[in-house]
Design a binder for this molecule. Structure first.
Ligand code: 2M8
Length: 465
């Protein structure tokens, strides 16, 4: 029974955030994971720098220390590949041995690719492009502060702009050679929703060869292995990695031979939203007109192609498997991609909200909080405790909340913000939560959970709660 469903008003009110308690706790999590110029996603499970984690972390840090927030992203930008790619992991040379696998050695990115940076060891993949959204958030947060701080933030905006443009250009070209407006991913890890049932059929079709021996260290850090991907899934992840290495991370070669090529609608929608942010940054730094026109064309193309991936029966947007040449008919939060991309017709917005507010997602009567689980409980691949197969993820709530606000859906957005904070007040800053009980799962003290809590709270104080 949902704790916030109280039609008669007889039950005690659900817990509400108490900014004076939540905010210092969130700040403490970020401090604990802070390694001075970047932040570990979690103290032991994730000892390296992750790309989209750092983007979320920076937008939370912006409310604590704007300079530190800029540093978080600058550190990541220092490891940008010559192709423009922002790598999904930047390895920490001081991480304890045997703490995370696959490690830098297994990726061998700088040995295999002339495009990888020399100074840092990175993975060969990328993750969803939240970065421009985060850079813009940092800029917005300093507005009204003293001249010096605004000046420093503007310098950061100027330095970030070419980095972000190169990153988005890479995604619009190397990751979309068809010019379709949708980004192709090479691995479930690129989606950020690793073991989502979105990838089951494509992974199943991969013929797994000889994977060099390895030990999984992730299982040492969680209470129960069923919360993490299975060994079978890991074997496939590792096999795909071997294939990417064989192609020396060369995009054209990967496109030619790789068995896992998927047009990821959530990744693509985040890119559209990030391009909107980039356009605002371009205006602030007075970028040339041609660049602004290019960014505008990406936004238009992205929205158009997401509309083409809309499934009128499921009332969700679907990924497209290039190898199977078919849409992936699985109901997950990725289906809300058009809301994230924005610019929807009233009809499409209605459709998206109908699905969001249905028992398939946020209005499932069994849910502890009215928050969309990562996978619909009505899907056969749903699992309430297993990572991206069902648990709720605060960063996803942040993304949907922010998208609802942009769509002018302030009441719905506020409901989501409050429910997500309620969940955190009760369960702490966990990586993810069991959707029916609210039990915290995965790593505790997860940085991006703390970061989005800080942004949620800042939005609450703007409404003078
Ligand atoms: C998870 O992914 C890593 C692989 O990249 C893992 O499971 O080991 C995902 O939740 C991903 O979205 C996130 O960025 C990363 C670090 O929090 O963990």
């Amino acid at each position: 029974m949902r704790e916030d469903s109280d039609p008669e008003g007889d039950n005690p009110r659900p817990e509400r955030e108490n900014p004076t308690e939540v905010s210092p706790k969130a700040a403490r999590v970020l401090r604990r994971n802070d390694l001075r110029s970047w932040t570990r996603p979690a103290p032991s499970l994730y000892p390296h720098q992750w790309s989209w984690d750092s983007a979320f972390i920076a937008l939370g840090l912006a409310h604590l220390d704007n300079r530190r927030a800029t540093r978080e992203l600058e550190t990541l930008f220092e490891s940008q590949w010559a192709t423009g790619k922002l790598p999904h992991i930047v390895f920490n040379p001081d991480a304890p041995p045997k703490s995370y696998f696959p490690d830098a050695e297994r990726w061998s990115a700088s040995e295999l690719s002339p495009h990888a940076p020399d100074e840092a060891q990175t993975s060969g993949l990328c993750q969803p492009p939240i970065h421009a959204i985060s850079v813009l958030r940092i800029w917005e947060t300093v507005q009204g502060m003293d001249e010096r701080r605004v000046g420093l933030a503007h310098a950061f905006l100027r330095d970030s702009y070419p980095r972000l443009l190169a990153w988005h250009l890479y995604l619009a070209t190397a990751r979309d050679p068809e010019g379709s407006g949708l980004v192709t991913i090479y691995h479930p890890w690129e989606s950020g929703t690793d073991n989502s049932p979105r990838w089951d059929s494509a992974l199943k079709a991969v013929e797994v060869g000889e994977v060099p021996p390895y030990t999984r260290y992730d299982l040492q850090h969680v209470a129960d292995p069923s919360q993490r991907p299975t060994d079978e899934e890991y074997n496939r992840y590792l096999w795909l990695l071997e294939l990417l290495k064989e192609a020396r991370y060369e995009e054209a070669e990967i496109y030619e031979s790789h068995p896992f090529l998927i047009k990821d609608v959530l990744f693509s929608a985040i890119l559209v939203a990030a391009n909107e942010a980039l356009l605002k940054i371009a205006a602030e730094v007075e970028a040339p007109d041609e660049e602004c026109e290019l960014i505008e064309s990406w936004i238009e193309r992205g929205r158009k192609s997401l509309e083409e991936r809309w499934d009128p029966d499921l009332k969700l947007c679907l990924d497209y498997d290039l190898r199977a040449d078919s849409p992936v008919r699985v109901r997950t939060v990725a289906g809300f991609a058009p809301l994230v991309a924005g610019g929807l017709s009233p009809e499409r917005l209605n459709d998206v909200l109908e699905t969001l507010d249905s028992p398939e997602f946020a209005e499932n009567p069994e849910l502890r909080w009215s928050l969309p689980p990562s996978t619909s409980p009505e899907e056969s691949g749903f699992h309430p405790r297993s990572y991206w197969r069902g648990p709720t993820w605060p960063v996803i709530h942040w993304l949907l909340w922010w998208s609802l606000l942009r769509a002018g859906e302030t009441e719905r957005a506020e409901k989501m913000r409050r429910a997500s904070l309620d969940q955190l007040v009760k369960g702490g800053f966990a990586e993810y939560f069991e959707p029916f009980t609210g039990e915290p799962l995965g790593s505790s003290d997860q940085s991006w959970t703390a970061a989005v809590a800080l942004d949620f709270l800042a939005a609450g104080s703007n409404q003078s709660e």
